[in-house]
Design a protein around this ligand. Structure first.
Ligand SMILES: C[S@@+](CC[C@H](N)C(=O)[O-])C[C@H]1O[C@@H](n2cnc3c(N)ncnc32)[C@H](O)[C@@H]1O
Length: 167
């Protein structure tokens, strides 16, 4: 919430939302929230919790999607599951399709000093420069934080959390 509230605007899309409780805080802080996930089960759980207070998109970020317009893109822990170049390119195309100049991308991934596998799936870990290279020249990095998340099983998961602004 600290990262998101430092960005201008209230229209936010949380991609790879899972069943995150972040959306509870976003709603409480009067954000207009859209959640996107490849998992219909995750969306079902969120829908049971929040009903019409959220908008729901069932989609795969590695395909081209019709998302609408937002001020803020938030991703915690989905980009790092996209391994093929074509998937990462589609991610950026989707991002740029819904965030225009002056908008923000808050992207949080496993950092490259951390685990290379999560839930049995291989990961692409990142540092600041890798994210700068991925997003390309339309974006500037305005903040970056390293921190360690303790997962529900007690494991340490070093993260990098970044805020990019679209030029
Ligand atoms: C590790 S969970 C993170 C959930 C939530 N953001 C959080 O921080 O608790 C990753 C989520 O990304 C979703 N996901 C994985 N690949 C995806 C894709 N290609 N497109 C959209 N969502 C995807 C999964 O279904 C899952 O809900």
């Amino acid at each position: 919430m600290d990262l998101i509230s430092s960005c201008d605007g209230k229209r936010i899309i949380d991609v790879g939302a899972g069943t995150t409780t972040l959306v509870d805080s976003l709603i409480a802080n009067e954000y207009e929230v859209t959640v996107l996930d490849i998992s219909s089960e995750a969306l079902r759980v969120l829908s049971k919790r929040h009903g019409h207070n959220l908008k729901y998109i069932h989609g795969d970020l590695s395909n081209s999607l019709d998302l609408g317009d937002f001020d803020i893109w938030h991703d915690r822990a989905v980009l790092h599951f996209l391994l093929k170049e074509s998937e990462k390119e589609a991610y950026v195309v989707n991002l740029e399709s819904c965030i225009s100049s002056g908008g923000y991308a808050v992207i949080e991934t496993f950092s490259n000093d951390g685990a290379k596998v999560c839930c049995g799936l291989d990961l692409q870990t990142y540092d600041e420069n890798m994210l700068i290279d991925l997003l390309g020249e339309n974006w500037i990095l305005i903040d970056s934080i390293r921190h360690t998340h303790i997962n529900p099983f007690g494991g340490e998961r070093p993260y990098i959390s970044t805020i990019f602004k679209r030029i």
